[in-house]
Design a protein around this ligand. Structure first.
Ligand SMILES: [Zn+2]
Length: 392
């Protein structure tokens, strides 16, 4: 019997990566790539392919290789969309360029190279004609870089109700498995002061803009270790003031100001606990305006922080494959930010860990993929799937 992992070949993974990169799929414009994915999956003989419409963007695709029995399945998840082209590219971002071990192109590291590893692992299973014990779900989402509306359409569809774990190739360092991720909440503070004519004694009014400036200064001065600390994984919470708005050139003391905060949380923190924290800071700040706190005005629920146990089956299995493929034990980290894996884990109930091929300049000009990381990554996916789902 042929060793199934020998069916994974660098040339094929490279070809798949180039194809994915050269079909532009900036967020909101993913449909041509979604169409290609559907045609490609059909060409491999997959019967179970579902297109899920996603508001304002391309369809998210869910397909599966049928398992022998109705036993729990697992998911290989990747997103189709990329950020838009930024300034500074030395080459055409939608044409791949191979230079030594580096393949340049928009989205090649986040995450078209990882998508190619998923497709390569699936192709090996199809070609080997092996019958898996449980379903292998292939999920290609849209809108990931925006609101993760594609991920939520999948969750709502119920198609993955029998899926017990997932793997997602967001960029990671070699041998580094992301077993959790910080959460993200956007807070909106509305300051209400009292207007008077600007030439009058200011003590008769309350200047909401000046109060907003004081509050922003106080918030910006909070050290990270007061925003939550997870010592085991050496990560803290984070707070960034992203917007301050208010006032005009009218002859008036401004009575309204708005402050927006980007708050990254660690596991255990929620929007509610952090709203309390903000209230305490506001009370300690010398301002007269009243402050209303709201958060997460968005079309999908905000992803809270999560951490999957190192003992969870998906973590143990991926770790075992990393050790065998790279000859070194994996390291575990909590990722700094959020993505579709956060939504599937927190809202879909599918613990999803991250491990992807290596690269650089991610989400910047001249993004590249390290080509020699494709085969080990695809083999790690393939062997993880085979061990979790089993063969019948
Ligand atoms: Zn990504």
């Amino acid at each position: 019997m042929t060793n199934i992992t020998s069916l994974i070949k660098q040339d094929r993974l490279l070809h798949l990566t180039k194809t994915l990169v050269e079909i532009p799929s900036v967020t909101g414009q993913e449909q041509p790539l979604a169409d290609w994915i559907c045609d490609y999956l059909k060409s491999l003989g997959l019967d179970n392919i579902t297109r899920l419409p996603v508001e304002e963007t391309g369809e998210t695709i869910v397909a599966w290789l049928e398992g022998a029995q109705e036993v729990p399945g697992m998911m290989l998840l990747f997103h189709l969309d990329t950020f838009d082209v930024c300034d500074g590219w030395d080459t055409d971002p939608f044409k791949t360029l191979l230079e030594g071990n580096k393949l340049f192109g928009l989205g090649v590291h986040d995450m078209k190279g990882g998508g190619a590893c998923i497709l390569g692992a699936m192709e090996a299973i199809v070609q080997s004609k092996i019958q898996l014990g449980g379903h292998l779900y292939i999920v290609a989402t849209t809108d990931e870089e925006n609101w993760s509306r594609g991920a939520h359409e999948v969750i709502k569809s119920g198609l993955l109700n029998r899926c017990i774990c997932g793997l997602n190739p967001e960029p990671t360092a070699r041998g580094e498995v992301r077993i959790g991720q910080r959460g993200r909440h956007v807070f909106h503070l509305t300051l209400k002061g009292k207007t008077i004519q600007a030439s009058y004694d200011h003590d008769d009014g309350i200047n909401a803009v000046v109060d907003a400036a004081k509050l922003v200064t106080a918030l910006d001065g909070i050290p990270c270790n007061e925003l939550g600390v997870n010592e085991a994984y050496n990560i803290t919470g984070n707070l960034a003031v992203t917007s301050i708005q208010g006032g005009s050139t009218m002859i008036l003391i401004p009575e309204r100001a708005h402050v927006y905060l980007d708050r990254h949380t660690i596991p255990g923190q929620t929007a509610e606990t952090e709203a309390e924290f903000l209230r305490a800071i506001i009370e300690q700040t010398d301002i007269k305006s009243t402050v209303q706190i709201e958060w997460d005005d968005r079309p999908t629920p905000a992803p809270t922080a999560y951490l999957i146990s190192e003992d969870a089956m998906i973590v143990r299995e991926v770790s075992r494959q990393i050790l065998s493929e790279l000859n070194e034990p994996p390291t575990y980290v909590i990722g700094r930010s959020v993505n579709d894996a956060s939504h599937f884990t927190v809202y879909g109930g599918i613990p999803t860990v991250l491990y992807g091929p290596q690269g650089g300049n991610t989400c910047k000009a001249n993004e590249y993929l390290e080509v020699d990381s494709l085969v080990p990554t695809a083999r790690i996916y393939l062997n993880t799937v085979l061990n979790i789902l089993g063969k019948s």
